[in-house]
Every structure is written in C-alpha cells, then in structure tokens.
Design a protein around this ligand. Structure first.
Ligand code: BEZ
Length: 211
C-alpha cells in the first residue's frame, strides 16, 4: 500500500552526501521535504537541485530540512554536486541520499514501474513536525518541479497548523486567507481581530494572521 496524506512518514537511516542520517533525528521537531529524482548527471535534475540549493535560506526560514534522493551511489553524488555547484552557481548543502538498494524509494512509493522499473520518478513529500505526510506530488522525469510552489504550499500548511486558516486558489503570501469550516463565524470574529469578511456563511476571508 502506498503512502497517503496523513500517514506517518517511514523513518530510515541512509548514507548521504553529508554522512549517515537517521531521518527522524535529522528532522528533529521541524518540517521536512524529501524528494526523489531519477538519476545523477541528468539535466533536469541538475536544475532542480540547483534551484533547491538557491532556495536553501527560504527553507531554513520556515524550519524545513530538505533531503534529495536517487538510487545512485555516494561517489556519483559527490562528482555531480560539483557539477551542480559549478553550473547553477550554488553550494549544495542539503543531503543527497544514496538509495542504492531502493529501500527508501520502495517505502515511499517513489518507483513507478510503468514509468521506469529502475529509476525513481520525481516524488516530493512534505513531512510535518508530527512526522505525518502533509503533501505528496509526483512529476514525470521530463518535467522539473517548481520549488517556489513547494514553498508556497509549505506556507499554506504552516498557516493551517498555526492559525486554523486555509488558503484560496492561487493564494500568495500576504493575501487574505480563508477561515476553515470548523471555526464558527462567531469564534472567527474573536480569533481574527483584523476582521472577517463573510461572503457566504461558508466562505469567510480574513487578512493573513501572521502579517
Ligand atoms: C533529467 O533529469 O534531465 C531527466 C532524467 C530522466 C529522463 C528525462 C530527463
């Protein structure tokens, strides 16, 4: 059975480009992003890991640790990291897991046999401080992911966790958010002192609470 939202993300120990890691220990009580790519020394993956490295400060600001994974070994990771740093003008500091026996890829359902028997697809999981899976996305090998969108989703998840609000379609940082249905309008008015705009009894907006 593959992982689903709300499931506990399996723990593992792994060899990585920064040494051996116990996943849960590495995350501590913060958030995590675990993402797979098909293979080292491939063009789309090179840009994805470069973009992630460029956004490292944004992930840190949100208390998010990032880990990449492929089924290549540590030697290939080391040489490829040099290429990423050179071509994308970054400094890859996050760990890249060498999952040569595919145990982590299998636990997370990162191998989709009808796409490729051997390589992981572009899976990405956001894991909350409770170690539960909060987001899963799967892209094909030929499409690089949008890591700014990943940050946007993390912002939304953290707003929900901290303030009981949801975010509307295409929401961006600073825009109004939605009061979740579980909160009554009466309680929302008390909870959100910046005001509640009741468009319909079920559609209520409030300014972003942490702005
Ligand atoms: C890439 O990362 O560029 C890639 C990997 C596998 C298939 C197609 C593209």
């Amino acid at each position: 059975m593959s992982l689903r939202l709300g499931d506990i993300a399996p723990n593992f120990t792994a060899q990585t480009s920064i040494g051996e890691i116990d996943f849960y220990e590495y995350l501590g009580d913060g958030w995590g992003v675990l993402f797979s790519h098909p293979a080292d020394y491939t063009p789309v993956c090179t840009t994805e890991l470069g973009k992630t490295a460029a956004l490292q400060g944004e992930f840190e600001k949100r208390n998010v640790k990032v880990l990449a994974l492929s089924v290549d070994g540590l030697d290939r990771h080391a040489g490829w990291i040099n290429d990423i740093n050179e071509t994308q003008q970054v400094n890859v500091g996050f760990p890249i897991i060498a999952d040569q026996d595919k145990s982590i890829a299998n636990a997370y359902g990162m191998i989709h046999p009808n796409a490729s028997e051997t390589f992981t697809v572009r899976s990405l999981f956001v894991i909350g401080p409770d170690k539960k899976v909060k987001l899963m996305i799967t892209y094909p090998a030929s499409t690089g992911r949008n890591f700014v969108e990943v940050l946007r989703v993390i912002d939304s998840l953290q707003l929900t966790a901290n303030y009981s609000v949801a975010t509307p379609a295409d929401w961006k940082e600073g825009e109004d958010v939605i009061v979740v249905p579980a909160v009554s309008t009466e309680d929302a008015i008390k909870k959100f002192p910046k005001g509640v705009n009741v468009v319909k009894p079920y559609l209520r907006y409030t300014p972003q609470p942490n702005k």
